[in-house]
Design a protein around this ligand. Structure first.
Ligand code: SAH
Ligand code: SF4
Ligand code: F3S
Length: 454
């Protein structure tokens, strides 16, 4: 089998150690895993703690101001603790790297290397150049797909693997910084994705989690150069021997076309869970957000999905307190939440991101009011998620056993198709297997299950 991975141009680093810290979305988790594979292939050994590491790599998130602040607070705290010394090579990557690049080097002397989501593969070369020249290195620009062709085969990690299918985002929602940090959207070729999945299956992976900011706008090409849509990719992944479950994140309501809904109806390997962020239930706000769908479009989409797969769990992200959001707008969001019944969802107070169109909009609503709205929404979402948990009590579920439970090595941690964590008692040789369990107990965020047929 041929792979697209090519390490020829990577330098061999002096032996040493590195520590990696990752913030942000699953695409950063994927990039972080690939950076580990790459630095290990180049001769560095990974440490789980930053203490004593020769190289510290930060893969950062810029989506909200708080996420960005965390990175700089972490650097200061490590510096005060003596973890970052003059000898440490500190490489800041991810979305904050792409967003602030030169500013970081100018204002944060502890940072020696800045890279971005598109240049993760250049890290060994940047480290080597910094070590020989002593000059700070900045590299954030690259072709969208260059990274994927310059990485080693994925290492062995677990039974579920993230596979990024596209880089960047061209939607330019008015509040969002991602298009400016990850650049214009571009899809990986079908074969490159399938090859990576085959390697993951050889590693023992059973569940594939396809990633993109907008997976349903995937537009790749096959080996004959023909255009491939997301639904075709789903059928191709499902046909690969060894793949037992498929997830995908994130879907945009705007391009969730009927062929994708049909694929969900026809491919039983697709999990009973979809994350389709609606952001707001007010059409006025959705327009200001430049989301290109209405709340009713969203209602229609979810009813079509439920007709195709009645047991599917739908989750969402919400932004509360978007510039100019009125009480009436917010009530529309609450009404939508009542109508849809979401499972475990995320909600955030709007955060002004420099350079985005929304940053220039009038934002007269006080933070205290926004917080009140956020808590009210979160309470409603919690109640909705709790009723999903209750409904699972007594049901039989097929779960993929992922590993030992965090609390006790006598228990196993598994994941149901609907994305809920199920803790079970059972032997360790079940890890990596799909087993049937009966849900016996419902706890705040997990379920307790009993094996039926192992
Ligand atoms: N591509 C995905 C979202 C990626 S960002 C989509 O379009 O659905 C993840 C979430 O962060 C978004 O869904 C949104 O809810 C939130 N987010 C993005 N920008 C934000 C901002 N400026 N303030 C607050 N939340 C934001
Ligand atoms: Fe941001 Fe919108 Fe792209 Fe999602 S679709 S990453 S919210 S610009
Ligand atoms: Fe954050 Fe970048 Fe992901 S801004 S949410 S890490 S794409």
């Amino acid at each position: 089998m041929t792979t697209t991975f090519n390490l020829e141009h990577q330098p061999l680093l002096q032996s040493g150690t590195f520590h990696l810290a990752v913030w942000g979305c699953q695409m950063n988790v994927y990039d972080g895993e690939r950076i580990c594979d790459l630095l290990s292939a180049c001769g560095l050994q990974q440490l789980s703690s930053p203490d004593g590491a020769d190289v510290i790599v930060l893969v950062t998130c810029a989506v909200r101001a708080k996420a960005e602040d965390k990175v700089f607070n972490q650097i200061l705290s490590w510096q005060h603790q003596g973890i970052i010394t003059e000898k440490t090579v500190l490489a800041l990557g991810g979305c904050v790297g792409a967003e602030l690049a030169e500013k970081i080097i100018a204002l944060c002397p502890q940072v020696n290397i800045v890279f971005g989501p598109r240049t993760a593969h250049r890290l060994p070369e940047l480290i080597a150049t910094y070590q020989t020249s002593g000059q700070a290195q900045i590299a954030v620009e690259a072709e969208a797909l260059e990274k994927f062709d310059s990485l080693p085969a994925p290492g062995r990690r677990g039974v579920s693997a993230f596979v990024t299918i596209m880089e960047g985002c061209s939607n330019k929602c008015s509040y969002c910084i991602v298009p400016y940090t990850r650049g214009e959207e571009e899809s990986r070729p079908l074969e490159a994705i399938l090859n990576e999945i085959r390697l993951e299956v050889e590693n023992g992976v059973r569940e594939i989690h396809l990633l993109g900011q907008n997976v349903n706008s995937y537009r790749g090409s096959d080996s004959a150069g023909r255009l491939v849509h997301f639904s075709t990719l789903l059928y191709a992944v499902a046909a690969l021997p060894g793949v037992e479950r498929i997830r995908f994140t994130t879907s945009n309501p705007m391009e969730f076309s009927d062929d994708i809904i049909e694929a969900i109806a026809e491919i039983p390997l697709i999990a009973d869970s979809v994350h389709i962020p609606v952001q707001s239930g007010s059409d006025r706000i959705l327009k200001l957000m430049r989301r290109h769908y209405s709340a009713d479009d969203y209602r229609t989409l979810i009813s079509k999905l439920r007709a195709a797969r009645p047991q599917i769990h739908v989750s969402s992200d919400f932004i509360v307190g978007f510039p100019g959001e009125t009480e009436a707008d917010f009530n529309e969001t609450m009404r939508l939440v009542d109508d849809i019944s979401f499972d475990q969802s995320f909600s955030f107070i709007y955060s002004k991101r420099p350079g985005t169109p929304a940053a220039l909009m009038d934002d007269p609503v006080e933070l205290a009011v926004k917080k009140e709205r956020l808590y009210a929404l979160q309470e409603k979402l919690e109640r909705s998620a709790a009723s999903y948990s209750q409904a699972l009590l007594g049901t039989e579920q097929e779960v993929l056993v992922e590993g030992l439970s965090r609390k006790s090595s006598a228990e196993l941690k598994a994941r149901a198709s609907c994305n809920r964590i199920v803790v079970i008692d059972g032997p360790q040789n079940l890890i990596g297997r799909m087993v049937r369990v009966k849900i016996k107990q419902v706890m705040a965020h997990t379920l307790k299950g009993e094996l039926i047929d192992a």
